[in-house]
Design a protein around this ligand. Structure first.
Ligand code: ADP
Ligand code: SF4
Length: 685
């Protein structure tokens, strides 16, 4: 394996104001769920990316002072001098690997919470805050507030400089920045010199950029993170309107333009809706307008796409959040000529979902993220055992594949047996649904790696029984037999069976194992799971020509997909595909097909009866039950084993991969005593 000169451009250093990036890979400032309260875990995440070859590693959104209050949300703080030492440690860890450290300094304006500090949320004009959970109105900033804000931002830049950062950001993106709110005619109704005309709305951003350059004093680069285009909202800022005008007006003022689109839902588009490089249509003009380097994002995972962005003059630096979460060593793998070893992000937004839930970042593809410090998990290395044993992994879904790969890397000889004709388990099936092909990477990456290892034997169409397991006499047996969808109608809200379901309903497993439904059939899907699958199936079947009714006891359809930022687009997809939507609707019974028959339903809130939803076929998406048949047989035969993945506890694909990895690390001797990993402990004054 040798370096492919086609990618040489990606490794050219680039001058950014007074500093020089060693290459063209940047970890964008992204929320990683480790707030200022978990600095060790956050440092572990960043240090690992610097080690993996990213030339710039960004600190996530960092509050500049208590008036920009995001209490309860996992962001950073650089409020005062006491915060500098912690940041300096993080910076040193990044720079130790030759990378530049950047910090996204922010005041979140109307998107602040206020309730945590007790200071009013502030904005350009009196307006409701952008946080539905905090029903406050914002204070219209007076001239003293503006002066104090400028001073606060300036002080934060000075502190960032003292902490050793190479690049400090002025943040005006995601509809989550005071500066953006001043710029936007939707929020700014001022009549003084900070409102009205474009120049007036731009004034504060320009002043803050100038202040920042003064404070940086030529020792630190100043970047601007700016959303050139807004895809939602009235009076939108557009790339062919105010967005472009801002770049033209401030073209040479920052040392670096970091550009994207707004709001966050569209910036972090999933693979279901946005192709790699999807932001190009909006951001490509920027390089024509400024001589300063331009950084951009777009869920880049392929080095060919990345290099094409540079070659065609779209971007100078490839920014990445998700690709760096999924594979912290992506740049090094390209440099070492190991492109096929890249663990590509699948664009599922589980990382976003857990952050929205206030949990440390998790990833479907990379089980080691957030575990770098507290469990000591390195994304590329596992402990290697000296007593090389034989491991038998049963079930070739995400859990089995990950466990097999981790054990093989740890030095074991591994046999992986899969009952079906294909490896991949649920991923093999779900990635065949409309717009979910990228999810197949979970299996593809692992199968490719396993296929190259001499110590690994892969057997498809091999249903294991207690007898065949006993014959193999492996040192370690891992049962990854997954879970099956229930037919009975039991679901997340309905805990008991529903009349008529058990005998008649189909489950997703029936469809996955080859049952074809003819176009024109009327299908009723009852979703008491509330995750993505019922919605994905509905859209898939409707576009195949079936007439689909989607029924959910939840007040809104695709509720969980709000966490992955997909709910609005999923709803649009369902409506466009002609799917009938029935939220807030509880199933009472399935009475069969025929006139007046189908799913009898009532309102979830009042219990009032609703008209029958007629259909030829019912598909129930409720609970999944672990497939423990083999495990029970092994217990009966006295064969020691451990149950992993969905067979242990059904969950998202991410949790199956994590489970496979964790159990394998445990066998390799790297799970902490009693399961107690290192903890962050608040200081007592
Ligand atoms: P997970 O998400 O935990 O990996 P999946 O349901 O995706 O679980 O995959 C489980 C896999 O295990 C399926 O591909 C299934 O065919 C396979 N399997 C189930 N029982 C057996 C068995 N007795 N022998 C071999 N493979 C099995
Ligand atoms: Fe990519 Fe999904 Fe991992 Fe996020 S969770 S980085 S979207 S694979």
């Amino acid at each position: 394996m040798s370096f492919n000169p086609r990618y040489a451009l990606l490794f050219e250093p680039l001058k950014i104001g007074p500093v020089t990036a060693p290459n063209r890979f940047a970890v964008a400032p992204y929320a990683n769920g480790h707030s200022f309260l978990m600095p060790n875990g956050a440092r572990g995440i960043r240090e690992t990316r610097a080690e993996g070859g990213w030339g710039i590693v960004g600190m996530q959104l960092t509050e500049i002072d208590p008036t920009s209050d995001l209490s309860g949300l996992p962001y950073e703080r650089l409020w005062d001098d006491d915060d500098v030492a912690v940041h300096a440690r993080s910076v040193a860890s990044i720079q130790a690997h030759g990378a530049l450290a950047s910090i996204e300094l922010a005041h979140t304006g109307l998107r602040s919470r206020g309730v945590g500090t007790g200071y009013p949320v502030m904005g350009p004009s009196s307006a409701s805050t952008l946080r539905p959970e905090v029903p406050f109105m914002a204070k219209a900033m007076d001239r003293d507030d503006i002066r104090r804000f400028r001073q606060s931002h300036c002080d934060a830049v000075l502190r960032a400089r003292r902490a050793g950062y190479d690049i400090a950001y002025v943040y005006a993106a995601h509809d989550a920045s005071l500066l953006w709110h001043f710029l936007s005619p939707a929020y700014n109704r001022r009549t003084d010199e900070y409102g009205g005309s474009f120049d007036n709305r731009l004034r504060l951003l320009r002043e803050v950029l100038e202040d920042a350059q003064d404070a940086a004093a030529g020792e630190m680069a100043i970047a601007i993170r700016f959303a050139v285009h807004e895809l939602t909202g009235p009076k939108a800022i557009r790339f062919d309107g105010d967005g472009r005008d801002v770049v033209e007006a401030l073209a040479e003022l920052p040392d670096l333009w970091d550009v994207n689109i707004s709001g966050w839902q569209r910036d972090s588009g999933t693979s279901r809706y946005d192709a790699e490089g999807f932001q190009e249509a909006f951001t490509s003009f920027v390089k024509q307008v400024t001589n300063k380097p331009v950084l951009g994002v777009g869920r880049f995972t392929s080095p060919d796409t990345m290099v094409s962005q540079l070659r065609r003059g779209v971007l100078d630096i490839i920014g990445s959040a998700r690709a760096s979460i999924a594979d912290p060593f992506l740049p090094n793998k390209i440099r070492e000529g190991r492109v096929e070893d890249i663990r590509e992000c699948i664009g599922c937004n589980v990382c976003v979902a857990v952050e929205n839930a206030g949990v440390v970042v998790r990833c479907t593809q990379n089980p080691t993220v957030s575990e770098e410090w507290r469990r000591g998990w390195h994304p590329e290395r596992v402990p290697v055992v000296t007593d090389r044993g034989q491991a038998l992994v049963i079930g070739g879904g995400p859990a089995g594949l990950e466990a097999a790969l981790t054990l093989a890397r740890g030095g074991h000889r591994v046999t992986l047996a899969e009952a079906g004709a294909h490896f991949g388990g649920r991923v093999h099936h779900e990635s065949r649904l409309r717009n979910l092909a990228a999810w197949g990477r979970v299996a593809d990456y692992r199968l490719y790696q396993l296929g190259r290892m001499e110590s690994v034997s892969l057997f498809a169409q091999s249903t294991m029984t207690a007898e065949t397991v006993a014959e193999l006499a492996a040192d370690h047996v891992l049962v990854a037999t997954g879970a099956r969808w229930l037919r009975s109608g039991r679901g997340r809200t309905h805990r008991t069976a529903i009349d008529g379901f058990a005998d008649a309903t189909l489950t997703p497993d029936d469809l996955f194992t080859g049952m074809a439904l003819a176009p024109g059939l009327r299908v009723v899907i009852y979703d008491d799971d509330h995750d993505y699958l019922a919605n994905a199936l509905a859209a898939d079947l409707a576009t195949q020509g079936l007439r689909v009714e989607l029924v959910s006891p939840m007040p809104s359809i695709a509720a969980w997909m709000g966490y992955t930022l997909e709910q609005p687009r999923m709803l649009a997809e369902l409506i466009d595909a002609g799917v009938g939507l029935h939220p807030n609707t509880v199933a009472r019974a399935w009475t069969g097909n025929g006139p007046g028959k189908g799913l009898t339903v009532q309102r979830a809130d009042t219990g009032a009866e609703l008209p029958v939803i007629e259909g030829d076929i019912l598909i129930s998406v409720g609970l999944r039950e672990p497939d423990l048949a083999l495990s029970e047989a092994l217990y009966a035969a006295g064969i020691a084993h451990r149950v992993i993945g969905d067979a242990e506890a059904p969950g998202p694909i991410q949790s199956a991969v994590f489970s496979g990895h964790r159990h394998a690390r445990d066998l390799l001797g790297q799970e902490p005593e009693g399961g107690h990993f290192r903890r962050e402990r608040p200081r007592l004054f």
